[in-house]
Design a protein around this ligand. Structure first.
Ligand SMILES: Cc1ncc(C[n+]2csc(CCOP(=O)(O)OP(=O)(O)O)c2C)c(N)n1
Ligand SMILES: [Mg+2]
Length: 783
């Protein structure tokens, strides 16, 4: 009888792990090879793909998917390792073979993992480096939030698999120092330390600094640095000196060793070491050149068993963990460690050679392990563990009608703050799923009364040292609080908003996230905003205060580009209301849509400018519909006017537009005034009208937006916005009318609102003068 010892099974297990890892490397390399060297190339453009970035991560992702991850865990994959992810999904039976030939093809596998476009379950869309690590951390925070609110979630641990150059991004460190993430359980980052980025070998030995920074912020850092073969060498006499020599080596020098080739490793090791030279000589003396090279390049990040041990250790450690897995970029390929390997793709000949070396068939690459083999069983067991996602559709959250009480004079920002409280009053149960977020600007963006009512979230009850419970503006922190206050990082806020807005799809429970930010500082974190929208996250973003209407706050706080951003960015509907009732209708519509798990995100650009609410037209169902459609008619030009001009006023500029009417009509120019609540929706209507026109389903009209009456068609159009006028420049052309757009084209300065409106000529006088000029120009053309 054969006695099976532990050593035997360990060795057998190691060889199965290595064999599957090598198959993953083969498949990932073949996926990119097929896209570049086999699939017909229709236009001669390089297809690309990242074989070297993929190769360095094969063991990491094999360890994760084949042994560690459970079906409830969520993971962000290093963007350039997407072929490895697809290879593993194929082996697990989650991806059909034809897809392997459609990497980077239209309708096929995306270049970078995509939640919405890839055929398999992808948790995080990645591609913009530096966002995935924080996103995973905020995903774990979202799960903690659900837990403390008694909402049972379907998610487990949150992992991020990262490239080492991602640690150059400030977003990574903004997250690491974020107080709300301190002590976060269920979050593990695993960094592929291949010492290379896109252009270069990352200078110096910065990993040490990174580890210190993580440690200082309460992270547990684990390292898979040296593989078994190198460790065994370092355990020989003199090995300590060898370890010190390699530990202290800069990235450039180590990388030099890797590419130097077998003949040179010994000399390089010895030449650079003054103190321990004889010890190193003693340690490596017994190994021939080939063996020495193989041992020196034996790194822990390619050892599946080692990585599994560390990943399991990370799971049982409290607080967040980061694993640094040392690897070789291009491991196992001809491009290994080459400083220019980032975008390099093996030629057909190189691929054929790789096939020959690894005993595989280049012409028949998509081979799987047979079911009964040890590898087949290993994969089947992982597939069973990962199983099917438990997804229970959430019923829609219902929000009742509200009736906001509105003072005679108020701002849209103020209306927003009141509306939060009104929602809580009228639909307490559904509103319990509303969570507000701010990066240190809650009280200056209108959220104070809400915070008074619902408290600030913290994982445990906090002592009220500052006596906030006694103040009019309370700041009580407790586990069932519904406002999340972050440190001052807009990047963190947008990353958190995105995760809260994906909570139904990531953790099975729906939240309605509402974030507030100063309008100009959206620019600080636009990439994170877009990344959230690209993933179809749903949230409401309030940009307030905005434009020059914030007056004394001056040019440094004045947002200029948000209207364009709101129009140009897919996945978010941008509104800029003028009156409080509009804010009420838009917000109610937004929470209803997000509460039902439908539609897209919302951006409301608000203002602190007090506006006379008695000017708001008589309410009607039609008016409400028009407000939500993006534009409504405020008044029509008097029938007896000599000339007619249509004025389109956006948001805070409504007063000025109304003020210009009298001035213009004194000159015989009748004004039809339209209030634009959403330049974005107007533009979309225009696009839809054009599409219908092209499809022949619409009869060609003069006014594709269906706003103007016969008397107004073809007459001058003037628009005014407290933002860059280019954002409204489409309107004149859309309506086929001579047009002018007023707005702000430069950085402002401190001053009263009147001073600034005058300076930028967007006050009633400015509108009047521009209107006169426009009508004059139009008359000359007509005559
Ligand atoms: C925000 C952002 N900036 C630039 C790039 C272009 N880029 C793609 S990969 C890369 C370097 C990545 O290096 P690393 O993270 O170490 O990954 P690996 O070495 O594993 O490929 C860069 C700069 C990007 N994808 N995202
Ligand atoms: Mg790298």
């Amino acid at each position: 009888m054969v006695r099976v010892t532990k050593q035997h099974t360990d060795q057998a297990h190691a060889s199965v792990r290595a064999s599957v890892r090598d198959q993953v490397l083969w498949l990932a390399t073949a996926i990119v090879n097929h896209a570049n060297n086999v699939r017909p190339n229709t236009d001669g453009t390089k297809v690309g793909g990242h074989q070297s970035s993929s190769a360095s991560s094969v063991a990491i992702l094999t360890a994760l998917f084949l042994e560690v991850l459970k079906s409830e865990d969520r993971i962000a994959i290093k963007p350039h390792a997407s072929p490895v992810f697809h290879a593993i999904q194929y082996l697990l039976g989650n991806l059909d073979e034809p897809y392997l030939e459609k990497f980077r093809a239209f309708g096929g596998l995306q270049a970078y993992p995509s939640r919405t476009k890839d055929p398999e379950t992808v948790d995080f869309s990645t591609g913009s480096v530096g966002l995935a690590g924080p996103a995973a951390a905020f995903g774990a925070l979202t799960r903690d939030y659900l837990d403390t609110h008694g909402l049972q979630s379907t998610s487990g641990r949150f992992y991020a698999h990262l490239g080492d150059a991602e640690l150059d991004e400030g977003s990574m460190w903004e997250a690491v120092i974020e107080p709300a993430l301190a002590g976060l359980d269920r979050c593990t980052w695993i960094v592929d330390v291949n010492r290379q980025s896109l252009d270069r070998v990352v200078p110096g030995i910065r990993v040490r600094q990174f580890m210190d920074m993580l440690n200082a912020n309460g992270w547990t850092v684990l390292t898979a640095k040296y593989g078994d073969r190198l460790t065994e060498l370092m355990e020989r006499p003199g090995g300590e000196a060898l370890r010190t020599r390699i530990d202290d080596m800069s990235n450039e020098e180590y990388q030099g060793l890797l590419v130097a080739g077998e003949g040179e490793v010994r000399t390089r090791l010895l030449d650079g070491s003054e103190l321990g030279r004889s010890d190193i000589d003693m340690c490596i003396g017994g190994s021939g050149d080939g063996e020495l090279y193989e041992r020196i390049t034996n790194l822990g990040g390619h050892d599946v068993g080692y990585l599994v041990r560390l990943l399991n250790e990370a799971s049982s450690t409290s607080g967040p963990t980061a694993i640094f897995a040392y690897t070789v970029k291009g491991w196992g390929l001809q491009s290994a460690a080459d400083p220019r390997n980032h975008a390099a793709v093996l030629t057909s000949d190189q691929f054929a050679k790789f096939a020959e070396l690894t005993d595989r068939d280049a012409a028949n690459p998509w081979v799987k392990f047979a079911a009964g083999t040890p590898e087949g069983k290993y994969i089947a067991s992982a597939a069973g563990r990962l199983g099917m996602r438990c997804s229970k559709p959430e019923p829609p959250l219902r929000f009742n009608e509200t009736r906001l009480s509105i003072p005679n004079v108020t701002s849209t920002q103020d209306a927003f703050g009141r509306m939060l409280v009104e929602l809580d009053r009228t639909s307490p149960e559904s509103t319990s799923r509303i969570v507000t977020v701010s990066a240190d600007v809650a009280t200056s963006t209108g959220v104070a009364s809400w915070i008074n009512r619902v408290a600030v979230w913290s994982k445990q009850e906090e002592l009220d040292y500052l006596g906030f419970g006694e103040r009019i503006l309370k700041w009580i922190e407790k586990p069932d609080g519904r406002h999340i206050e972050l440190g001052l990082s807009e990047m963190n806020m947008f990353l958190l908003l995105a995760q809260l807005g994906l909570s139904d799809r990531m953790s099975g429970r729906r939240l309605v996230p509402i974030g507030t930010v100063y309008d100009p500082f959206i620019a600080r974190a636009t990439d994170a905003l877009i990344n959230g929208l690209y993933q179809e996250s749903r949230f409401i973003l309030l940009a307030t205060p905005s434009g020059i209407s914030l007056s004394t706050e001056g040019g440094a706080h004045q947002g200029l580009i948000t209207p364009s951003l709101g129009i140009n960015t897919p996945g978010i509907t941008y509104f800029e209301p003028a009156f409080a009732r509009e804010v009420e209708w838009i917000l109610l519509d937004a929470v209803r849509s997000i509460g039902s798990g439908e539609g897209e995100s919302y951006l409301l650009r608000l203002s602190t400018k007090p506006v006379d609410q008695t000017l708001f037209p008589a309410e009607s169902g039609q008016l409400r519909q028009d407000v939500l459609k993006g534009c409504y008619r405020f008044r029509s030009a008097p029938a007896d006017s000599e000339a007619v001009m249509s004025v389109f006023a956006v948001g805070a500029m409504v007063d000025e537009a109304i003020g210009s009417i009298e001035l213009l009509e004194r000159e015989g120019i009748g004004v039809s005034l339209f209030i634009v609540t959403s330049p974005d929706l107007l533009f979309r209507q225009l696009n839809a009208a054009h599409a219908n026109e092209q499809a022949g389903t619409d009869d060609t009209r003069w006014d594709p937006l269906d706003l103007l009456n016969d008397r107004e068609i073809g007459q001058p159009v003037l628009s005014v916005i407290d933002g860059h006028p280019h954002s409204m420049a489409f309107l004149g052309a859309a309506l086929d009318c001579p047009s002018t757009v007023l707005g702000v084209t430069n950085y402002g300065q401190s001053g009263s609102r009147a001073d600034l409106y005058r300076h930028f000529a967007v006050d009633a006088q400015g509108i009047f003068e521009a209107g006169l000029g426009l009508v004059d120009r139009w008359r000359k053309r007509v005559l």
